[in-house]
Design a protein around this ligand. Sequence first.
Ligand code: CKP
Ligand code: MG
Length: 298
Amino acid sequence: MTDVLTLGETMGAFRAAGPFRLGGTAELTVAGAESNVAIGLARLGHAVRWTGVTGADEIGSLVRRTLLAEQVDVGAARITPDAATGLILFEPRTADITRVLYYRGRSAGSLLSTEDVRRSFDAGVPRIVHVTGITPALSESALAAVTEAIHLGHEAGSTVSLDVNFRSKLWSPKAAGKVIQPLLARVDVLIASDDELPIAGDHQVHEVVLKHGADGATARTPDGTWTAAAHRVTVADTTGAGDAFVAGYLSGHLDGLGPEARLRRGNAVAAFAVATPGDWQGLPTRADLELLDLQAGS
Ligand code: CKP
Ligand code: MG
């Protein structure tokens, strides 16, 4: 049984110590918002399936190998000989500011299609379908794939969650709003940072989760509004913080926690993520959460 199905582009990621123009050494790893969420959920013990397309190349193998090592099911992910796996470059400038450079135009990941999504549902209906606003910006077929995932999840009775994850290097707020707003009609949980909320426009989403960065997060449902403060930790790198929060929040959903406890778990997972360099490397297991007495809902 799959707890969560998510889909998107995961790329090879180079992280330098400073500006790339200076050359020198860079660490090679992988990055992608949806696979960050998948790894976060898997570390908390949930059964997660990630679907995406990688090239028939070494970086694609690195992506698949990394996800497999993190216990993420890649059984429905596709390898294409038609394009190369995309790349992302992270230039850390301060703990809070990382410059991001994409090499993902016409990448393998942008070839994601509705067939990939249908194949991913063959293994069974997931309890949650999670998508982000990054994937629809990649290509027409990737937008169709996200639309299909939301449709199939909605029809099958999955909880459908969408993280706006606006990326100014991919499109404008106006273009993003035009594409994302119609998708929200079938979304059950909308997740956004404060500055992303205007992109969602007017909508009827039942559960809205707002991330306030270091100031914590708020959840709004027809039953009320809840807020939970973020944990105070020394920040090493905020990239991936949002995805970490989403993993914790959705984990809370799967465990049947109430809104406040879900927020607390999201904040706890995000605290671990920002305390370690890298998008997903610092994501906690349940034992980690207990160790630091941060486990929400306990
Ligand atoms: O919103 P977050 O900082 O949690 O997301 C970071 C990810 O997918 C990062 O892994 C990068 O690859 C991306 O967002 C992206 O496409 O920008
Ligand atoms: Mg984000």
